[in-house]
Design a protein around this ligand. Structure first.
Ligand SMILES: Cc1cc2nc3c(=O)[nH]c(=O)nc-3n(C[C@H](O)[C@H](O)[C@H](O)COP(=O)(O)OP(=O)(O)OC[C@H]3O[C@@H](n4cnc5c(N)ncnc54)[C@H](O)[C@@H]3O)c2cc1C
Length: 371
């Protein structure tokens, strides 16, 4: 497999170290840079910005088909803000469609049963949910130069913490999923259809289940899944969570891709090149047939946290927003977050989501005549 120095240079087929959103300056070196830290915090003193924390949007306020504000709860108190120009939703792939549904925008059959008045029928709201189905292979390691639980690493970890506190360097600054690869699981596809993330720790059930000792894991995810799920109301109470059904593996092709991807990844991790690191494989051992691998996948595969598509951008009947991210059929309302991505990107979703915010700010400035 080719070694890749820059996964964003064009052809991503190969393996390498990931580029991540992490601070490199002296003040916060090693710390992960969220979009709040990157965009909001440095601009808090702008006169045209007010940030309310601990506030939860409950409803978009409409006059006819025009969005005019938002009702929200803060510290147990309901409040309203009026929009002088537009309302922009950016609650993410679960919360943006949920807020539209709570506000009477979506499929009547999803909304009216909760006693919510319809404002606008839009069949795509909450539909088309896509996520990267992810499966993990994990190993106990002979090498203790990874993150783990055990006496041997305690002294080392104390040093690592000191080093991180001093200048943001060392293992604590690791993004954990440090490296990975993109590869084709079959010659029938024209570009990589799976991605891997190599993690310097044992990951079991999203790291909810801890293992004593030291080890490493490798995720494999299906880049362009065919399965489609949905986000739906379960209550008219805005504080209640929406229903989320990713419908993983509802399309058999995703299972086949994952089986091929997991088998190829496992062959690499069990190859002689890894002998000096590998102590014991967790979850499976010996020869594993495709049928057995499929059963492992059904039992353990899960999300790698890349949901998109539930307010998809487009011009077809199932599109929720148009190419300027305006909600179809309504005025003064846009959505700008991962929910507008019509088809899941073949890679991680954080940078594309930030790009969507950047693009929307350009479009807003353009449409409102600002510099
Ligand atoms: C555990 C985890 C790890 C991840 N790791 C990576 C990674 O390593 N690399 C990568 O590329 N991607 C990663 N992702 C995915 C990435 O974080 C998302 O793709 C990205 O954040 C999506 O951006 P967004 O703006 O659509 O939604 P979000 O980032 O989820 O932002 C939505 C915001 O809206 C707020 N909100 C929601 N509902 C309401 C409401 N009713 N009222 C007010 N505010 C509300 C939320 O609190 C949140 O702050 C990870 C995701 C998770 C969950």
């Amino acid at each position: 497999m080719a070694k890749i120095d820059d996964f964003n240079s064009g052809d991503n087929a190969g393996t390498g170290v990931y580029q991540v959103t992490q601070f490199h300056d002296n003040k916060r070196r090693g710390e992960r840079c969220s979009s709040a830290l990157g965009y909001l915090i440095p601009n808090l003193d702008r006169p045209n910005l007010t940030v309310l924390t601990g506030a939860k949007a409950h409803k978009i306020l409409f006059e006819g088909k025009r969005a005019v504000g938002v009702r929200f709860a803060q510290n147990g108190k309901l409040q309203e803000v009026q929009a002088s120009k537009e309302v922009v939703l950016s609650g993410g792939a679960f919360a943006s469609p949920h807020l539209l549904q709570l506000s009477g925008v979506g499929r009547p059959e999803d909304i009216q049963q909760y006693g919510i008045d319809m404002v606008h029928e839009l069949p795509g709201v909450g539909q088309n949910l896509q996520d990267h189905l992810d499966f993990i292979l994990a190993y106990k390691s002979k090498d203790k130069d990874v993150l783990g639980l055990g006496a041997a690493g305690t002294v080392k970890m104390a040093k690592e913490i000191a080093s991180y506190r001093k200048d943001g360097s060392g293992m604590i600054a690791s993004p954990l999923a440090e490296s990975g690869s993109f590869f084709k699981t079959s010659e029938e596809v024209d570009r990589p259809d799976v991605q891997t993330h190599f993690v310097i720790s044992i990951v079991d059930n999203h790291a909810r289940k801890l293992h004593m000792g030291y080890g490493y894991s490798c995720h494999v995810c299906v880049l362009r899944p065919h399965s489609r799920g949905q986000v739906f109301l379960q209550s008219a109470d805005p504080e209640a969570a929406p229903g989320i059904d990713p419908k993983f593996l509802s399309d058999e092709r995703d299972l086949q891709t994952m089986v091929r991807g997991a088998q190829k990844l496992r062959a690499t991790l069990n190859s002689p090149a890894m002998d000096k690191y590998r102590h014991k494989e967790l979850f499976m051992e010996g020869e594993v047939s495709d049928e057995e691998m499929a059963e492992h996948i059904r039992q353990r595969a899960d999300t790698v946290y890349h949901p998109v598509g539930t307010c998809k951008m487009g011009v077809d009947d199932m599109a929720v927003v148009d190419p300027q991210l305006r909600v179809h059929g309504l005025q003064n309302l846009r959505v700008a977050d991962a929910s507008i991505i019509p088809n899941l990107v073949s890679g991680n979703t954080n940078a594309p989501s930030i790009m969507i915010g950047e693009k929307l700010s350009d479009m807003l400035k353009q449409s409102q005549g600002a510099a």
